[in-house]
Design a protein around this ligand. Sequence first.
Ligand SMILES: Nc1ncnc2c1ncn2[C@@H]1O[C@H](COP(=O)(O)OP(=O)(O)OP(=O)(O)O)[C@@H](O)[C@H]1O
Ligand SMILES: [Mg+2]
Length: 250
Amino acid sequence: MSILRIHQLRKHIQQKEQRVLFDDFSVEINEPEIISVVGASGQGKSTLLRIIGMLDTPDKGTLTYRGKLSNEWQPPMWRSKVSYVAQQAVMLPGSVEDNLRTVSRLQKQPFDRELTKQLLEAVQLESLDWSKRAEDLSGGEKQRVALVRSMLLRPEILLVDEITASLDVRSKQAVEELLFDWHSREGTTFIWVTHDLEQARHTSSHVWFMAENRLYENSQTSAFFERPETDLARKFVQVSQDPVGIGEHR
Ligand SMILES: Nc1ncnc2c1ncn2[C@@H]1O[C@H](COP(=O)(O)OP(=O)(O)OP(=O)(O)O)[C@@H](O)[C@H]1O
Ligand SMILES: [Mg+2]
């Protein structure tokens, strides 16, 4: 049974007039993977992730998780299995600790303090004061706390939206390593949106390239970067590539 099946998804948006954001978006995930979603700004990457995370609705098409259509799931149950970490991290009212305890509180399970400490350490937040008001954290701190908060849910699919965009290099690498370790250890599938092609290249096994209102290419990462199938993908990779090769082959 596949983990996730997305079939002919279409989303319209209402601007001056209605237009198609993407159409005929179909993919199937059959085993745990790390997938990078890339494409120019405004292509609908965040919207796609929000639809997959049941925070937005498609205009056409179906989503099937573990053999059951999305409308056969209670939305909170779906969201605990297929969880979205937003581009703009949202903190709940209260302290950092209140935020970290959200999942255990909702699931009426003991709070795993050790795991929480390990995860915070892994994202370079070991010295974060848990009693601080979550709202007062910096953008990069909020993003990492939001990631840890979602990981404590242990979803099978984690949808991660540009969460390293505002991080310094060391924190960014720490997050990448954590995702990779968590994927190997827990078998979590990550679908993550990134504009950092070097990051896509060294973290993911597949790339979904969104362009021209559709899933333009769905390829293995090495094939996408070394032998793109389409001219558009070739140009996208070339333009975004570091011309002097810094950061190559980490
Ligand atoms: N609910 C909505 N109503 C109207 N327009 C919307 C809505 N949600 C998204 N859009 C529009 O859809 C387009 C795609 O937005 P989205 O945030 O999904 O793009 P993106 O690929 O994630 O871009 P970026 O790389 O800049 O984050 C944008 O033009 C946005 O303004
Ligand atoms: Mg986005």
